[in-house]
Design a protein around this ligand. Structure first.
Ligand code: NAD
Length: 428
């Protein structure tokens, strides 16, 4: 099938390259000329395991190309995926302006029946908006359908997730469009749920905010565990064996971050409020999440004392391991909270680019031990595997004081305490 991808970011690039890998002819378009130039030169602008190989295979086969021209990308395409960002507006609602802009542009370029697919995370009713924008602007009587097809991939395992989805959700009232998309996704062998667009759009928000709720729930339990002397790791294990609960998303930490869970939670609260429902539960989820950042900083103060003038080493800046994405990462808020207490900071993350440290206003180290040289405390913020296997004896030697706040419960407290560290995890 001929496919156009509009917006070649985390979702668009993975979707486009994976669809090319499945045998489709894919053109990815982006307004960011620098990104397109990099991709055309064989450079992958993001860190995503396995993506470079899939992109290289696609380009080599001639089935995957990159352009800044929507007209060129859409020519002959049977399906056009909208994968642009939908960041929060001032009031927390999703800013649809980029999606609307793409819809308006598409109207002047489609020449034959096209299935237009909203893959961006968009509030309920967005399919209708996109449909209206295109219909109003179409010069000729050209048939088209607008569908919702939310994406559930996770950064850090995006290629695997795209190729092995738990389910594919297609929201449309058109049998013809449902047929085209079912055919496109058939090689994945995943369950396909065909529903109306509003339900498909809601499935995405309900899924993401349920995951956010699970994280805040276990963070709240962890806070109580801290107070009463229980170990949240064992508590989560004991809960997880219950098939109704499951093990996933029961790991306490510095609170959820990234470009999806915080923004989608705010957007659903705004959508609910706009429809007369006060989503108290989800507001609570965000409150717990904010509190979690402050909890981590309080732990640093408890172990390292007054932070004024102290040097704090930050291990991990990305919002999770195996990605370079720092959008809404817990590290961002924690840096601000530590700075407000007068701390200096030096950070290390295996893949995050140097410009991010400049943006955050912190020093950049080339390794975890280097980051900790002369430091009064290490705060482990991202559970990169390499932090498990460090020489902790050496770490204790280079630090000014052997203090670790393990915001991801990655390390072994017994081993560290034996070496002489003052250690605090989350809820253990
Ligand atoms: P992103 O910022 O990485 O990528 C968006 C891309 O769209 C950018 O490269 C931008 O330059 C491009 N763009 C913007 N306007 C354009 C236009 N008019 N024409 C062409 N290109 C344009 O964003 P992302 O993380 O890929 O997220 C995209 C959408 O997918 C969001 O709605 C997000 O909520 C949703 N989503 C993201 C993830 C994730 O893990 N990142 C997972 C599921 C769903």
């Amino acid at each position: 099938m001929k496919v156009a991808i509009i917006g070649t970011g985390y979702v668009g690039l993975v979707t486009g390259s994976c669809l090319a890998d499945l045998g489709n002819e894919v053109a990815c378009v982006d307004i960011d000329a620098e990104k397109v130039a990099k991709l055309a030169a064989g450079q992958i602008p993001i860190h995503e395991p396995g993506l470079d190989e899939v992109v290289a295979r696609g380009v080599e086969s001639g089935r995957l190309r990159f352009t800044t021209s929507l007209a060129e990308a859409i020519r002959g395409a049977q399906v056009a995926f909208i994968c642009v960002q939908t960041p929060p507006a001032e009031d927390g609602s999703a800013d649809l302006s980029r999606v609307e802009q793409v819809a308006a542009d598409l109207a002047s370029h489609i020449a034959d029946y096209t299935v237009i697919v909203n893959k961006s995370t968009v509030p309920v009713g967005s399919s209708v908006i996109v449909d209206r924008i295109i219909a109003q602007r179409l010069a000729a009587q050209i048939e088209f359908d607008v569908c919702s097809n939310p994406e559930f991939l996770r950064e850090g395992s995006a290629v695997f997730d795209f190729m092995h989805p738990d389910r594919v959700v297609i929201g449309t009232t058109s049998e013809r469009a449902a047929g085209v998309l079912t055919e496109l996704y058939r090689p994945l062998g995943a369950p396909v749920i065909v529903t109306d667009p509003a339900s498909a759009e809601m499935i995405k928000y309900a899924s993401n905010t349920f995951l956010a709720t699970k994280i805040s729930f276990i963070n709240a339990i962890a806070a109580i565990c801290d107070a009463v002397g229980a170990d949240v790791k064992d508590v989560a294990l004991g809960m997880g064996y219950d098939a109704r609960i499951g093990f996933e998303f029961l790991k306490p930490g510095p609170g959820f971050g990234g470009s999806c869970l915080p923004k989608d939670s705010k957007a659903l609260i705004a959508l609910a409020a706009g429809n007369g429902y006060d989503f108290q539960l989800l507001r609570g989820v965000l409150d717990v999440n904010d509190e979690q950042r402050r909890q981590i900083v309080r732990k640093v103060e408890r172990l390292a004392g007054d932070l004024d003038g102290k040097l704090i080493a930050l291990w991990g800046i990305a919002f999770k391991p195996n990605t370079d994405d720092t959008r809404d990462a817990p590290a961002r808020e924690i840096v601000e909270l530590l700075r407000a207490r007068g701390a200096r900071m030096r950070g290390y993350d295996p893949v995050v680019s140097e410009t991010i440290y400049e943006q955050l206003g912190i020093e950049h180290a080339s390794g975890a031990i280097e980051a900790a040289e002369g430091a009064d405390a290490v705060v482990l913020l991202t559970e990169w595997n390499e932090f498990r296997w460090l020489d902790f004896h050496r770490l204790a030697e280079v630090m000014r004081a052997p203090v670790i706040i393990d915001a991801r419960n990655l390390l072994d407290p017994h081993v560290l305490r034996q070496i002489g560290f003052r250690y605090e995890g989350v809820g253990r």
